[in-house]
Write a protein that binds this ligand. Structure first.
Ligand SMILES: N[C@@H](CCC(=O)N[C@@H](CS)C(=O)NCC(=O)O)C(=O)O
Length: 192
């Protein structure tokens, strides 16, 4: 099995975390987004990573589908029990759009950077409130939503770590640090 991936892509990160956790053996092919391999484009002409090609030739080219496929094979800690689909949709929709504008505010001069940050904060507040119920988004146990969303919050934090460090989202701060300092996250970010 082969996973076409890009190390810094948050969609690829969540797919790599789910695959690593499930223990499915997979060969990671790091691609350049500027020069995507022909065999990846043949498998998935839309040209986004991650793309998982199974041994029987089946192609899965949406990160959430790759996560769910991996967890259906093996989910030892029950990540699927705390799915959090609505939160993931909020992340992948409005929050991701705000994140793009916040990261590349110079390309979106219709508003100042802080406008986009405040848009993103609406989701941080949703997460903060959710985390009042326990250390993970689904409560006591880590789940699919934590892993699916964390790479995007990491990017948001990375735009201005000083601001993030004093923003009124202490539970989100603890949560993101727990994930990005985990063995799982380190394993999927270590070049092989
Ligand atoms: N909905 C897709 C989105 C994947 C995506 O947009 N990946 C970006 C990289 S972070 C990409 O491949 N963009 C194509 C490009 O930059 O050429 C998924 O969840 O897998």
């Amino acid at each position: 099995m082969i996973l076409y991936s890009f190390r810094r892509c948050p969609y690829a990160m969540r797919a790599r975390m789910a695959l690593h956790y499930s223990g499915v053996p997979v060969h990671i092919c790091e691609v350049s987004l500027k020069a995507k391999p022909a065999d990846m484009l043949a498998a998935s002409p839309k040209g986004t990573v991650p793309v998982l090609v199974l041994d029987d030739g089946t192609v899965i080219d949406e990160s959430l589908d790759i996560m769910r496929w991996a967890l259906a094979r093996n989910d030892p800690d029950g990540w699927l029990a705390a799915d959090g689909q609505a939160l993931i949709e909020h992340n992948d929709g409005p929050f991701k759009r705000a994140l793009n504008c916040y990261k590349y505010a110079d390309r979106h001069p219709e508003h100042p950077m802080v406008f986009y940050r405040e848009q993103g904060c609406e989701f941080l507040q949703v997460l903060e409130t959710r985390l009042e119920g326990g250390p993970w988004l689904g409560g006591e146990g880590i789940g699919l939503a934590d892993i699916a969303i964390a790479p995007f919050i990491r990017q948001f934090r990375g735009v201005n770590p000083d601001w993030f460090g004093q923003a009124p989202y202490p539970r989100v701060r603890e949560w993101i640090v727990a994930i990005i300092e985990s063995d799982l996250f380190n394993a999927i970010m270590t070049p092989t």
